[in-house]
Design a protein around this ligand. Structure first.
Ligand code: ADP
Length: 457
């Protein structure tokens, strides 16, 4: 399979197109390795994860460059992602040592009741292209820490970052069979894994429709599931907000990775009195964002991942214009560049019937809509099948609390445009998914609970 640079459309290289046979061999390897890996001590696994972490740190420049070439994000942002990705490895190297069992008080003196936490078994991880390193480490690090072995199918758009991480894991001394990376046909490979009862867990980050397919497939062998799916994040700015802080948060949340993040602010709900000021400042900053090839010095926004992405973003903008919105800045595909570029865009007078207010745009488009009362903002924010991230900007503490407590979202940035952190639980409500990644919750998704009742009779 060929892999292209989205900034130039040039072919970067090829990766093997694995299919059913390789998928099965990978399960054999992961299953074999599980016997020994699951019985290593937490300290041994922690030590190997730490070595992997150090090698990632040593190789961050080449990893970041690889990522920019295949994914498009600016080099500095790619370096930031490697750092963030590596925090998961560091965190779970530590958490490996804190998987505690329990002793439960017995109701009869002849009995002893224990709870042990055990690795769930072979895990299949399916990852997307938008964060080619972080989406891998936040699955693999807790899985390995828990004592699971892993099958990984990275996105076909960004396999090189994944393969490089795999090579570093091998150099760190993680035994053969513990991490198995397959590039190739997603449906074929994952289809084999889903049918195989030796695979005990599926962990997936990607679109909601694919997540639903995976959930249905997993039912046949009753696999455990972690799903990080789509979002439609509202970004609420009230009359009591610090406008400059809100603009800063909006730029971070909307334009990081060119808007290609499941937690990216998708729709802006701004209270009437401050709309003018917020809009002027936000549009001015947006218009100054430089876009281009991510390897060029000073570029702040890279290309979108492919043609399909540009078409979707263009459709959302056209739909908004047709339904009465106005473009404040941007609004066009960039034709003078070879790659998949779209101008950073701010839209005014957005309404809830527009595609950009309902669906995940996954691009650099910020639609702004006004609201009158806080109740209205909360109601509109919650009116979505998604429930991943939401943002609230206000300086008024009781207002902040009232909004945050009523929002039906798994991750909330309160005066914060970048809420993700390796040590915190990340995940969505409703159709945004199941389970949590990061934090102490992130490892429990890879553990089974074994209860032992021992009688002395
Ligand atoms: P996106 O639209 O962000 O690319 P997808 O959900 O299509 O998100 O893809 C995320 C990951 O899921 C990728 O690794 C892709 O190869 C994989 N994938 C896509 N479709 C399927 C499928 N039907 N079965 C298994 N994996 C899939």
């Amino acid at each position: 399979m060929t892999v292209r640079n989205p900034a130039t459309k040039e072919i970067l290289g090829t990766v093997p197109k694995s299919g059913k046979e390789e998928a099965l061999k990978a399960v054999d390897a992961a299953d074999d390795a599980f016997t020994s890996w699951s019985t290593t001590t937490a300290y041994e696994r922690s030590h190997l994860l730490r070595k992997w972490h150090d090698l990632i740190e040593e190789n961050k420049e080449i990893l970041a460059r690889t990522m920019t070439l295949e994914q498009g994000k600016p080099l500095e942002e790619a370096l930031g992602e490697i750092h963030y990705a590596n925090q998961y490895v560091a965190w779970y190297a530590e958490e490996a040592k804190r998987v505690y069992g329990e002793l439960i008080p017995e109701s009869s003196s002849e009995k002893r009741l224990f709870v042990q936490k055990v690795p769930v078994g072979v895990v299949a991880a399916i990852t997307p292209w938008n964060f080619p390193a972080a989406m891998i480490t936040r699955k693999l690090a807790p899985a390995l820490a828990a004592g699971c072995t892993v099958l990984l199918k990275p996105s076909e758009e960004t396999p090189f970052t994944a393969l490089k991480l795999g090579e570093l894991a091998e150099r760190a001394g993680i035994p053969k069979g513990v991490i198995n990376i397959l590039t190739g046909d997603a449906k074929e490979i994952v289809g084999v894994w889903q049918k195989d009862s030796r695979v005990r867990k599926i962990t997936f980050t990607g679109s909601t429709p694919v997540g639903k397919i995976l959930m249905k497939q997993a039912a046949d062998t009753m696999k455990k599931l972690s799903l990080e799916l789509g979002g439609q994040a509202p970004f609420i700015v009230t009359n009591n907000a610090d406008i400059d802080a809100a603009v800063k948060g909006a730029i971070q949340s909307k334009f990081r990775n060119g808007g290609q993040a499941c937690v990216a602010a998708n729709r802006f709900l701004v209270q009437e009195d401050i709309e003018e000021e917020f809009l002027i400042k936000f549009a001015e900053k947006t218009a100054r964002l430089t876009y281009g090839n991510g390897l060029k010095e000073g570029v702040m926004i890279g290309p979108l991942i492919n043609e399909k992405a540009v078409v979707k973003v263009s459709e959302h903008v056209q739909d908004a214009i047709q339904k009465g919105a106005t473009i404040v800045t941007g609004g066009q595909r960039v034709l003078q560049e070879d790659g998949y570029f779209f101008q950073p865009t701010v839209i005014r007078n957005a309404s809830d019937d527009m595609l950009c207010m309902i669906e995940e745009t996954f691009g650099p488009v910020a639609p702004i809509s006004t609201f009158k009362t806080i109740e209205e903002a909360i109601k509109r924010a919650n009116k979505s099948p998604y429930g991943l991230a939401a943002y609230v900007f206000t300086q008024e503490i009781s207002e902040a609390l009232a909004i945050v407590e009523k929002l039906d979202y798994g991750v909330i940035g309160l005066n914060d445009g970048l809420p993700s952190a390796a040590q915190a639980p990340f995940g969505g409500f409703k159709e945004s998914g199941l389970g949590r990644e990061g934090g102490k919750e992130g490892i429990s998704d890879y553990l089974g609970i074994k209860y032992i009742s021992m009688s002395s009779n």
